[in-house]
Every structure is written in C-alpha cells, then in structure tokens.
Design a protein around this ligand. Structure first.
Ligand SMILES: *[C@@H]1O[C@H](CO)[C@@H](O)[C@H](O)[C@H]1NC(C)=O
Ligand SMILES: *[C@@H]1O[C@H](CO)[C@@H](O)[C@H](O)[C@H]1NC(C)=O
Ligand SMILES: *[C@@H]1O[C@H](CO)[C@@H](O)[C@H](O)[C@H]1NC(C)=O
Length: 799
C-alpha cells in the first residue's frame, strides 16, 4: 500500500519536474534548465527527456554528437542517445552530496557539435526524510541544586537531523513531570530546547528526576528520537537534624553505677553526606549536668558519669543538641527523674536535752529532738519510739519534732539513772533505723527520812563501867544521796519521867552513832533506862526519825552479902542459947543475909568457917540454919563461938563473915524450947513447902558445886604437879592447925582452902584477911572484866 502510494507520488513529481524543465529551456538559452530528482532514487531512474529542451530530434542526437559533461566533477547522470532521456547513473544521497546546503544542485552541461552548442542544465536533488534526529548522548545529565529558584532555565543539548528543510528537526517534547517544562528557542541554527524549572526541587523528596526528551523532525511521517534527561538534585543542607522524640522522660534509680546507660537519643537528618552527619552534644548544660552525664557524640547514648543522689538533685533536664555537618541543629530534652532508694537512715538531732532532772517532778520535758530523712515517700516516712517500760512519754510536736516528757514522778531511790534509747525507723525497703541513747540522771530530792536499822535497840552494859565506855552503835540509813543522806545523830529525852536524867548518862557521837556511857553505872541504882535517838539528814528541809534505845545495866558482883541477923555491929554481940539436952539437929540459929546484887551474884551460901568445938554445929549451906550435929555432953564448953562465911555466887564471889555466939544452958526448960512435935502439925504445910524448896535448891546447888568441883579438881591436878616441882605442895590428909576445913559438908574441902590467920586471943579472934590461895580463882583485871560485861545486841528483830 505504502509503496504504491509512494510510487504514484513519485510519478506526479516527475511530471511536474519535466514541466519546469521545458519551461526553462523555452525562456532563455543562457539560463540553465532545472531538473530535479528526489534523493535515494534508484540508479537508472529517468530524470527528464532533453529532446524538447534541446530543440533536437531523436535522429539529430547521434549526429550532433551529444554528450554530457561536468566541469571536472563526477557525473551522476547519463544521457540516453537514442531517446534523449536523462537517467541517473547511481543512487544519489543528498546529505552526502550537499550536506546542509539547500538546494542541492548538481550542474551539468550538454555539449552539441555541428554546431557546437552548450546547453546548461542543473539537477536539483530534493530532500527526503531519510534521517531521524539523533542525540549525541543517549543520556543527558543535569546537576541542579535543590534550592534553585523556579523559573530558572537550563539549556540542554539538542538533537541533530541531517535532513534539511521540513525534514529537519522541528519540535521537542518532554515526558510529563511536575518539575520542568520545555521551552524552545529559535535560533539560526535551529531550535534550542531549554528546561524551565517550574517547581522547587527537593532532594530529600526526589533525589533524581528522569525525563524523556523526544526530538521530532518535520517529515511526513515525522521521525523522532529520545534521550534520557537525568536530573540529579544536588543536596543543599536544607534539613536540620530532627530528633525522633522531642522529650524523653525516664526514671533512673539513684546510686546507679557509673556508665549506666540512661537513654539513647537519636536524630535524623534528611540531608546526605556531611550535611547529614550528626553530632550529639549537650546544650546549655549546667555544671551539674556536665558532671553527672556524658553523651556519646556519635551514638547519642547518654551515660552516667557519676552516681545520682536523689537527696541532692531529684530531676535533671538535659538539653541535647544534634548538629549536622552544615551546622544546622536540632534539640531534644531528656528529663531524668531520679528514683529514690532508701539509702539514707533517718537522722536525729537533739535540740535540747536535760541530763539531770530532780525526782518527783511530773510532766517535765527532758528532751526535744527532731528527726529527718532525706529520702522521699515511704523511704522518708519515719516512726519514732522509746522503750515502753520507761516512765517517759514520747510526744509528737510540730512537724518532725518530738518531746520526751516524764510520765510519772521519778524516784531516784528506785532508779537513779535512765538510759533512754530513741529509735527512729523509716518505712522504706529495707527499713533503716537510727538509735540515739542518752543518760538521764535523776537528782536527789530530800524525800526520804532516815531509817533506823531497828525501831528500838537494846544495849547491855555491865555496871561499874569505865566512863566514856562505848556501849553500842546505832545506825540509820537514808535512801537519799549526798547531803540529803548525811546523817546526824542526837539524843532526845526518853518518854518516861525522869528521862532527862537518863539522857545525861549517855552521849552519842553525832556522826557515827556510837553511844557512850558518860559515867559508871550502878545496877543497884538503875537497872535500865531508855533514851530516844534522833537521826536527822542535812537536806533542806531536813527530815528526821527517832528510835528508842533501851540500855540494860547488867549486874556485876560488886556487893558483898550483908548479914542482917545476927547484927554484927552491935556493941553487945547477941548470943544464942542452946539447951544441953538438945537433940542432934536442933536449930540453934539462922543466919539471915542479903545481897544487893541480883541473880547469881545474890545467890548466897553459908559455911561454917570456924567453931570452938568443931563437929558440934553444922550450918545448912543454903538457908543459913545452924543446927547441932550431935548430942551435947557435959564436957562441952558452955560458950561457943562460931565463925560463918556468907558467900555469894558471883564471879568472883564476894563474902561476909558472921560471928555467932552460942551459950549452952542447962536449965533451959523444955517448954521454952521449940517443940518440934507440937509445932509440926501447925506448920506442916509451910514446912513441907520449905522442904521442897530446899531440896530443889540443894539439887541445883549440888549440881553447880559438882561441876565446880570437877573443874577445880582438874586445875588442882595440874597445879599439884607444878607445886611438887617447886617444893611447896599442900600436904594431903588433915590440915595443919592454922588451917581450917571451911567446908560445912565436906564437899568444898578441896575447892576452897583459905589460910586463916588468927590474930591473937581466943575471945577476940577475927579474920585478918581471907585470901584465896588458888591463884586461878583470883578476880580478873578490871578493864578486861568491863569489856566482857558489855553485851550489845543489834540483831534484835522487830516487826
Ligand atoms: C510541537 O509539538 C507539540 C506537541 O506535539 C505541539 O503542541 C506544538 O504545536 C509543536 N510545535 C511546532 C512548532 O510544530
Ligand atoms: C546506762 O548506760 C551506761 C553506759 O552504757 C551503763 O554503764 C549503765 O549501767 C546504764 N544504766 C542503766 C540504768 O542501764
Ligand atoms: C548496926 O548496923 C545497922 C545497919 O548498918 C544499923 O542500922 C544499926 O544502927 C547499927 N547499930 C549500931 C549499934 O551501930
């Protein structure tokens, strides 16, 4: 189809050309005649018939020797001599023959001979669209900074088309896009394509734009070619770093180790290259933050440079900046909240403290203190306590202040000091506690009176003491202390009448409480007396108490028996009458004696020391009765003198002697004599009673005497051995004449032997002295004796 159309078109053109050639020849002989042919016409193709233009007949062609010549150039045509047709020698390429010259004309001459004639002809070669436009580079690269203003134009390389005229390059088109449109500028060379920026570029959005540029020629059909326009958007640092989060909030426990990674911040920069290289750093950081944190400039890790302490700083606001290589910055804030750990024990500070408090005070403040705990929350909440068994109360006061108050009156005597331990515990985990101990001294108040060890004392003192004798010590105690417990003793008159006099007998040492007898006491005058002793302390006001001291005087054997009958100091000694007819056992007389001492010291015994007629009389040792021992005879002398000894039982014994005169009478009628038979019934009862008493007394005495006897015998035994060595032993058997056996009963024969010195004549016989010859029975030294006499009983129990 297409081929046939092209052939028809070709034929039409040839007809038109022939028409023009004929016109040219007709007009002027000198003007070259134009012939035209399209390029790329096949070789041998008919161009024109020259016969008409030459004015020749076919026959003349050969005769005139027609020939085609070209001025030194190659002939692309030849002439058919038969027909006069001008034919193409070869296929002609206009672009090769003429390049861009238009029109492309190949001149030729036709030479005729006979006559010589020149015929000028021109072959015009017509362009056909046999070339497509061509871009030199298939890819056109443009580098455009992203911040280029819209409206800016960019020249791009144009395409080439070897064809000329309408077949040359006529138009460009650009693939549709948002950024550029094409602007064509006419120039003598042709159309210059330009890219005009319509919209600002953004590398970050589209780093590269690819456009297709199509070049079109004007042929029919048009030919085209395309080139890729690659626009590389050049980065401009138009993007600041941007943090993924503007605010990082995090909690970090205090005491986290150094190097602990608190957070990692990260920022993005859309730019590339150095414009996108981010460095992290602190911005506007305080000294605290710089000391506490460090940031990895590349990775954005925020690390701990030192331990956090909630108590000093609870919150850090860390401003972090990211800087890209172009100097643009972005920032974020890291809020680091320090979490409290219970790392601080509670603290206690004493505001005021009383170290000493007088007893008996109620509701007294003894300490004020405050507690604090730097931790927060439960870690900082505290409980405060003191031991419950102490008489103190813990009272909360304002805020964290507490007071310790006495709960009840203190008693120094029970507890003189208290160790008060205050325990403060917080409620954190783990619980931490602080203890503070202080000592409270309770000072003394004189609230205790002195107390005597006994409510009453009984002291014993042997009479005849030496003056200023210490007879005993009384003591009192005072539960207070210091001067409140310093005691002074004094004497007060006793409760009974006449106590003043008694108080004069003793004195007391005010400090020691020792009691002294002021003078010798006499049992016989005063057996006991009472004084009151007062002990007073030195407190203010002083307190005192009293005790009764009873002083018992102990008897000493200081009185000799005193003979009441017979009277000894009478001028005429009284004489007893004894009838010669008296039976043995006849009661001659009864010696009556008393002793002012008491007890054993007043226990008297009688003995016959000496008689004119030994054996005639006997004396009952216990009642002093003198009785006849045998019947009287005519040979017995009428007058008898008996020497009796009355002795008490003291230690040492004291004695008195009695002289009794007995006169034997003959005519002493029976009726005058006591009639035992007649008198017996009347006195039966008392006599029997007396007899019992006598028997009892005798039994006691004999027991005593027996023990004494044994004791003396033992001593004598030793002494006799000593004597025999000294050559002065007492002879055994009957005593010599000047010694008497003083024993009435014979039982004391070896116990007491006294040397009796008779002074002179028989009528005036007296004891010169009566001296014990047994040394170990001599009285002891008086001082020692006094010492032994004191009996102090302090262990007297009382309710
Ligand atoms: C170039 O081509 C475009 C699109 O095909 C058309 O709109 C425009 O008129 C043409 N320009 C010329 C000079 O032919
Ligand atoms: C108080 O503490 C002191 C010192 O620790 C101690 O000597 C004293 O006996 C304590 N007192 C009491 C009443 O516990
Ligand atoms: C004998 O002594 C007693 C007692 O001492 C006395 O009362 C009396 O008067 C004295 N008699 C004579 C004669 O001295």
């Amino acid at each position: 189809m297409e081929a046939r159309e092209r052939k028809e078109l070709f034929l039409k053109q040839r007809q038109v050309l022939i028409f023009f050639v004929l016109l040219g020849i007709a007009q002027a002989g000198s003007e070259p005649t134009h012939y035209s042919v399209a390029e790329e016409t096949e070789s041998g193709s008919f161009v024109a018939n020259l016969l008409k233009d030459l004015g020749l007949e076919v026959e003349e062609l050969a005769s005139r020797g027609v020939q085609l010549v070209s001025k030194g150039k190659k002939l692309h045509l030849h002439l058919d001599r038969q027909t006069g047709d001008l034919l193409l020698n070869e296929k002609l390429d206009r672009e090769e023959l003429c390049g861009r010259t238009e029109p492309c004309v190949l001149p030729f001459q036709v030479l005729l001979e006979n006559p010589l004639q020149f015929f000028l002809g021109e072959l015009w070669i017509k362009d056909i669209n046999d070339h497509s436009p061509v871009f030199l580079d298939n890819e056109i690269i443009l580098k455009i900074p992203e911040n280029t203003a819209p409206g800016t134009t960019f020249l791009i390389e144009r395409a080439q088309d070897l064809d000329v005229g309408s077949n040359s390059l006529q138009n460009y088109t650009l693939s549709p896009n948002f950024y550029f449109h094409l602007k064509l500028q006419d120039s003598p060379d042709g159309i210059l394509p330009q890219l005009v920026l319509e919209k600002a570029l953004d590398r970050e959005e589209e780093p590269e734009i690819r456009l297709l540029l199509t070049a079109l020629d004007g042929g029919n059909p048009p030919r085209s070619c395309t080139a890729l326009v690659r626009i590389e958007v050049v980065d401009i640092n138009d993007n600041a770093p941007e943090f993924t989060k503007l605010l990082y909030e995090l909690q970090v426990p205090e005491n986290s180790p150094v190097g602990f990674q608190v957070a990692t911040v990260s920022a993005r920069d859309l730019d590339i290259g150095i414009n996108g290289e981010i460095t992290y750093m602190f911005s506007q950081a305080s000294e605290d933050i710089r000391k506490t944190f460090q940031i990895n400039t590349k990775s954005g890790e925020l690390l701990l440079a030192q331990k956090l302490d909630f108590e000093s700083i609870q919150m850090y606001t860390v401003n972090i900046q990211a800087i890209d290589g172009g100097g643009l910055t972005g920032s974020c804030v890291v809020l680091v909240q320090v979490m409290d750990l219970n790392d601080n024990p509670p603290e206690l500070s004493m505001s005021s403290l009383t170290n000493q408090i007088p007893e008996n005070l109620m509701e007294t403040v003894i300490a004020v203190f405050s507690v604090s705990d730097p931790d927060s929350g439960d870690n900082g909440r505290m409980m405060c306590s003191i031991p419950e068994d102490l008489p103190f109360l813990l009272k909360p006061s304002v805020e964290n202040f507490y007071t310790i108050v006495t709960n009840s009156a203190l008693d120094r005597e029970t507890n003189s000091e208290y160790n008060i331990t205050i325990t403060v515990t917080d409620l954190g985990t783990p619980r931490l506690q602080t203890q503070h101990t202080f000592t409270l001294q309770v000072s003394d108040v004189n609230d205790n009176a002195p107390e005597f060890t006994q409510s009453s004392y009984t002291l014993w003192v042997r009479e005849n003491n030496s003056p200023a004798l210490h007879i005993g010590t009384i003591s009192a105690t005072d539960r207070d202390s210091g001067s409140n417990a310093q005691l002074t003793y004094s004497l007060l008159p006793g409760p009974q009448p006449g106590a003043d006099a008694a108080a004069a007998l003793v004195s007391i040492n005010a400090d020691s409480g020792q009691l002294f007898a002021l003078r010798a006491l006499d049992y016989e005058a005063l057996q006991a007396f009472e004084v009151r002793v007062r002990a007073a302390d030195r407190g203010s006001p002083p307190l005192s108490s009293q005790a009764l001291v009873r002083v018992q005087v102990l008897d000493a054997n200081d009185n000799s028996p005193f003979v009441l009958y017979p009277l000894q100091n009478a001028s005429a000694p009284c004489t007893e009458l004894l009838p010669r007819a008296a039976e043995p056992g006849y009661l001659v007389s009864k010696v009556v004696a008393v002793d002012r001492d008491s007890g054993q010291n007043a226990w008297l015994s009688f003995q016959l020391l000496k008689a004119t007629e030994p054996g005639l009389f006997s004396v009952w040792p216990h009642n002093g009765e003198v009785r006849t021992a045998r019947l009287l005879s005519e040979r017995d002398a009428p007058k008898h003198r008996l020497l009796l000894l009355v002795k008490d039982n003291g230690e040492p014994p004291r004695s008195a002697s009695v002289t009794l005169h007995v006169l034997l009478v003959d005519g002493f009628s029976q009726p005058y004599l006591p009639l035992p038979d007649a008198a017996a019934p009347e006195r039966a009862q008392p006599d029997r009673l007396t007899a019992y008493l006598v028997i009892a007394l005798a039994a006691v005495s004999s027991l005593f005497l027996l023990s004494l006897l044994l004791f003396v015998a033992a001593r004598l035994c030793r002494r006799s051995r000593a004597r025999s060595l000294a050559g002065c032993a007492l002879p055994d058997g009957p005593l010599p004449g000047h010694l008497l056996d003083v024993s009435g009963t014979g039982t004391l024969a070896h116990s007491y032997q006294y040397e009796v010195c008779l002074q002179g004549g028989a009528g005036t016989n007296e004891f010169k002295f009566l001296k014990p010859i047994i040394p170990n029975l001599q009285p002891q030294g008086s001082g020692e004796e006094m010492g032994e006499n004191i009996v102090v009983r302090n262990s007297f129990g009382f309710q």
